[in-house]
Write a protein that binds this ligand. Structure first.
Ligand code: ADP
Ligand code: MG
Length: 290
């Protein structure tokens, strides 16, 4: 082991900075002067001074760990439920999504499947649940089904499949986005099956798909394999239904209308095509009979 040379001729501050760096206490180092002045002004004693610094160090350390988990999850974008408009997707069970964001399903090793047509917010919700999991201390991996199969095939060709399968099995939460956009080869389907199989009852998986279950055979090719996979995946599962209008399409329609009819125009403010026409329970997201 190599140790950094110890400065011998410095003032106490120089030595302290050196020691705190070695001890990996960057927040102590950055804050001790300011906190010391605050504590002197407030007539706070030494144990409380040290306590304040220790609390700051822990807080920043936890924040750095969360940031690292988010980087390691490889999210294509960081999205949260704060920016998710539940009113735009009336069918979605808002209470269930909020409950899932508490991450207890991860402790119970349950799965989540988000089904619905394109542009309805499945990836957004999956990313938000992934972020919530990172914030609560779980290791998360995010990938698309196509990228994952590609990765698995490559690993197999390079004889490091076992290592990759072990890595994939170790995530507390694995998010597999966009299952169903591309049909898989027989080998691809088997490799993907292996991922699900190894995670079954050991850790949580979130899958998003544009296909209803009865069409999954068209992705996996074999009815036997699809049956076995659905059996494992849906044994302990929460299903989120996203069927509705595409949010992207709706947003571009709104933008287009704004361009054509400036604000204040009665047609621009019209409510002809969206969920705004419905009366929706803001808590549950349920459509109410009026
Ligand atoms: P999907 O995965 O179902 O195809 P996405 O999650 O990619 O859809 O959504 C498409 C875009 O619309 C994204 O930028 C997403 O953030 C946004 N979006 C979709 N639904 C909502 C919603 N209910 N509230 C806010 N943004 C949404
Ligand atoms: Mg998507």
């Amino acid at each position: 082991m190599t140790t950094a040379p110890t400065p011998t001729d410095g003032t106490p501050q120089v030595l302290l900075a050196h020691h705190l760096k070695l001890l990996k206490l960057p927040t102590f180092l950055r804050e001790y002067d300011k906190v010391a002045r605050e504590c002197a002004a407030d007539r706070v004693d030494h144990p409380r001074f040290l306590l304040r610094l220790a609390e700051l160090e822990l807080l920043h350390r936890e924040r750095r760990v969360v940031e690292r988990r988010i980087r390691e999850a490889r999210f294509p974008a960081v999205k949260s439920l704060d920016t998710f408009d539940f009113l735009a997707i009336a069918r979605l069970n808002k209470m269930l999504v909020l409950e899932l964001a508490r991450c207890e399903y991860i402790l119970r090793r349950e799965n989540v499947i988000a089904l619905g047509n394109s542009g309805t917010g499945k990836t957004h919700a999956a990313l938000a649940l992934g972020l919530a999991a990172c914030q609560r201390g779980f290791s998360v991996g995010f990938t698309t089904a196509a990228a994952l199969v590609h990765q698995l095939m490559e690993a197999r060709d390079e004889r490091r499949l076992l290592k990759l399968q072990n890595q994939l099995a170790a995530y507390k939460l694995l998010i597999i986005d966009e299952l169903g956009y591309v049909p898989l080869t027989a080998t691809g389907a088997e490799l993907l099956f292996e991922v699900f199989s190894r995670r079954y009852e050991r850790a949580s998986t979130i899958v998003t798909s544009n296909l209803p279950f009865d069409e999954w055979t068209s992705v996996f090719g074999s009815e036997r394999l699809t049956g076995a996979l659905l059996d494992r995946l849906t044994h302990h599962v929460h299903i989120l239904e996203f069927n509705g209008d595409s949010y992207r399409l709706k947003q571009s329609t709104v933008r287009e209308r704004r361009a054509i009819y400036p604000a204040g125009d009665s047609i621009a403010a019209g409510r002809s095509d969206t969920a705004a026409d419905l009366t929706i329970d803001r808590e549950t997201g349920e459509i109410l009979d009026t």
